[in-house]
Design a protein around this ligand. Structure first.
Ligand code: SF4
Length: 330
C-alpha cells in the first residue's frame, strides 16, 4: 500500500533551564493510505510528542526538531524550531487529531454543533453545515444527535464528548486520523465502543488511522501494523499479528506479559516490567532499556544496539532478542 504519512529520522529536543533532553530520537515509520497503524509504549516514551511534532502542535516554543515528514508525497523537512513553518505541508491537508481528554479538547463555552461546523472545510452553506453536523453525530452512534448538537460539553458524559470529538475530526474529512490515547479517560465499556467506532468509521470513510496507546491489548485485531516505542525510539515494528504472536524485543515481550489474561487464575499476580521509564534528560547510555531488561548483557550498556534488524516484514533493535522459538510460544 502507498504510504500516506512517512516519518524519517524525526528528532525532538527541549532545553529547560540549560538542560537539554531529547524525548524523540531518530523515529522512522510510515502509515499507509487507508491503513491502520499503532504506536505503542508506556507513558513518557515519546509517542504523543512524535504525533504532535508531525501535526505541528509543539507543546512549547523551546523545542527543536529534525528529520523529514512526507504526507501524500509532499515533503516537509523538520529542521527548524518547532512552531516555525517546517510542517506547513501538513496544514489543511487532511490530518485530524483526537486527543485523550475529550472534555479538554472541546471548547466549553461553544455548542457542540457549532464546534463541528467550524471543523468543516470552508464553503459549506450554513444550513447544510448544521444538518451535516447532526448527521456526523448520528454516525458516531449518539442516541439523540440533534440534542447533542445543541449541548455544551459539560452537559454530556465523557464517552459522549469523545464521540463529539470524533464527529469533529470527521467533519474535516481527513485522510489520516491520529487518535492519541482516545480512551484513556473513559470506562472500560466505553473504551471498547469508541475504539470499535473508530474502526468502523475508518472502514466506511477510507481514512487511515494512527492509534497511539500504551495498551498492546487494544491493538490486536484492530490495527494492521504496530510500532513499539521506548525512550524516544522505535524498538520493534511490523505486522500486528506477527509482533504480538512472536515478539522478539524484550520490551515488547514485557508489554505483552503485562496485559492481564482473562482466563488467568484469580489469585495469579499481575505481571509488570520492573522499574519505570526514566525522564528524557536521563535516558541510560547504550540500550536505554538495559536497567529494566531481564536479557541485558554487558554489551547492552556499552553501546547503542544495532540498527533495527529486518526479519521478514518485522524489524527490531536488540543485542540479545527473545529467541524465535521462545517467542513462538507466546
Ligand atoms: S539490547 Fe540488551 S538491554 Fe536492550 S532490550 Fe536488547 S537485551 Fe535488553
Amino acid at each position: 500500500m502507498e504510504p500516506l504519512l512517512e516519518i524519517s529520522s524525526l528528532r525532538l529536543s527541549f532545553e529547560t533551564l540549560g538542560c537539554v533532553s531529547e524525548p524523540v530520537r531518530d523515529v522512522s515509520f510510515s502509515v499507509p493510505a487507508h491503513g491502520r497503524t499503532a504506536l505503542v509504549g508506556e507513558s513518557g516514551c515519546g509517542k504523543s510528542l512524535t504525533s504532535l511534532a508531525v501535526t505541528r502542535l509543539p507543546p512549547t516554543d523551546r523545542a527543536a526538531a529534525g528529520g523529514e515528514v512526507r504526507f501524500s508525497g509532499r515533503a516537509a523537512r523538520v529542521s527548524c524550531r518547532a512552531g516555525d513553518a517546517a510542517l506547513a505541508a501538513l496544514r489543511g491537508r487532511g490530518v485530524s487529531y483526537v486527543f485523550q481528554n475529550p472534555s479538554g479538547a472541546l471548547n466549553p463555552v461553544m455548542r457542540i454543533g457549532r464546534q463541528i461546523v467550524e471543523a468543516m472545510p470552508p464553503g459549506v452553506p450554513r444550513k447544510e453545515a448544521a444538518a451535516r453536523a447532526v448527521s456526523l453525530l448520528e454516525r458516531t452512534g449518539l442516541p439523540d444527535p440533534a440534542r447533542a448538537a445543541r449541548s455544551y460539553p459539560c452537559e454530556l458524559s465523557g464517552g459522549q464528548c469523545q464521540r463529539c470529538a470524533l464527529a469533529m475530526a470527521l467533519a474535516a474529512e481527513p485522510d489520516l486520523l491520529i487518535a492519541d490515547e482516545p480512551t484513556t479517560a473513559l470506562d472500560v465499556t466505553t473504551q471498547k465502543t469508541v475504539l470499535d467506532l473508530i474502526d468502523v468509521l475508518a472502514r466506511e470513510t477510507g481514512m487511515a488511522v494512527l492509534l497511539i496507546t500504551h495498551n498492546l491489548g487494544l491493538v490486536a485485531g484492530r490495527m494492521d501494523d504496530v510500532n513499539v516505542m521506548y525512550a524516544g525510539a522505535i524498538v520493534e515494528s511490523g505486522p500486528v499479528e506477527e509482533v504480538l504472536s512472536r515478539p522478539r524485543h524484550p520490551y515488547t515481550r514485557g508489554l505483552l506479559d503485562a496485559v492481564p489474561a482473562l482466563d488467568a487464575p484469580r489469585d495469579a499476580p499481575l505481571r509488570d516490567i520492573p522499574g519505570t521509564v526514566p525522564p528524557p534528560d536521563r535516558w541510560p547510555a547504550g540500550c536505554a532499556f538495559h536497567p529494566r531488561c531481564a536479557r541485558a548483557q554487558a554489551v547492552c550498556s556499552a553501546g547503542a544496539p544495532p540498527p533495527a534488524t529486518p526479519c521478514g516484514a518485522r524489524r527490531f533493535s536488540c543485542f540479545n532478542p527473545v529467541p524465535a522459538e521462545a517467542a513462538d510460544a507466546v
